[in-house]
Design a protein around this ligand. Sequence first.
Ligand code: NCD
Length: 360
Amino acid sequence: MVSRFTNLIDLNDMPTEWWNEVVALGAKIADDPQKYAHECDGKIMGTLFYEPSTRTQMSFQTAMLKLGGTIIGFDNPATSSVAKGENLKDTTKIVSNYADIMVMRHPSEGSAKAAALTADCPIINAGDGGHLHPTQTLTDLLTLSKEIGRLDNLTIGLCGDLKNGRTVHSLCKALSCYTGNKFILISTPELRLPFYVKDILTAAGCEFTEVNTIEETIAKLDVLYMTRIQAERFNSPEEYEAQKDVYCLDKAKMKKGKKDLCVLHPLPRVDEIAIEVDDDPRALYFKQAKYGMYVRMALILTILKNEYPTVLLSGKVHKDICCRNPKCITQTEKYLPRSFRGSGDTLECEYCDERLLRKH
Ligand code: NCD
C-alpha cells in the first residue's frame, strides 16, 4: 500500500539522498533561519503526543512557528477523547482533517505506520515505543555533519539501553548506509541491540562489536552516543533496578577519549553522564538539541513538498497470524491488516519488525 503523502515512518523507507537533502537543508536553515520565516504561512501542524516529550515536541512546535505556521494538538492523551476510549485510527483521521502535517509519538511499536494507513495528511514518526525515532536520527546526522564534517568512516560507540532505545535503532540503521562506519555496542548482556538491527548492520557490511564497558573502548571512538536506561519499557521494576546506574560517563573516562571525540546524547539524561562533563568542549548534546529544531524545519518543508509517496505495506496480509510482540500496535488496534514481509517459515511484522516463525 502506497500512501498519497510523503510520510516519515522510518528513514530507511527513503533513499539515502532524500535524508541527505533534509540534513543539508537543515544546515542551510541553521545558518539563516530568518530566510524561511514565511515558508509555511497558513499551514497547521498537529502534534499528538501520547508519551512524554520535551525536546521533540517543542522543537517541532518551534520549527513550525519559525516557518510561519501554527500548531494544534495534545501532549497528554488523558485530556483528549483517547481517555474516552477512542482508537488510534479515529483520533488521527480526525486531526489529519484539521492539520496539513501531523507529528505523532505513541508507546506502541508500529503506531506511526498504522496512523499513516488512514490519515488524510502526512505523518511524522516522533517515536513509536521502543522501535524507531527517525527525527532524532536526522538531528544526530545534522550534528555529525556540522561538527565532524562527515557521516562516513566513523567509529561510533553506542552506550546504554540498546535494546529499548529507539534513537539507537534508527541511528544504527541510518549510519549503516554510509561507507566505512564501525559500531561498538556498549551495553550489559541484557540490553543488547535487537537482532533485526544487527542483521541490518551485517547486511550493509558494517563491522560491529559488543562490549560491556566504556573504559575498554572510549580511546578508539570518534563518536560516543550515550543513552539512558529506558525505565518505562521494562517488564518489571526489578528488571529496571538491576540495570540502572550501570553506566556513567565522567571526567576520568573522558580523559581516555580522543581530543576530537564527539559526545552525543538524545536527552533526557538521567545519570549516565556526570554533570562535570558538560563543560568539556567534546560534550555536544546541548548543541545537538538545538540542531534538532533546524532539521525539523527542513523536514516539515520537505514533507510538505510531497515528492516522495511512502510505501507503507509491501508484504502479504495473513489473517490467521498475529504478531507475537506484546508492544506491537496490532495487539490493540485490531482492525489493522496483519501484514508481514518475507516468505517461507520466517515472517517479519510490517509494523514493528518483530520476526516470527510460521507454525504449520
Ligand atoms: C529520546 C526518546 O524519546 O526516545 N528522547 C528524545 O526524543 N530526544 C530518548 C529518551 O527518551 O531516552
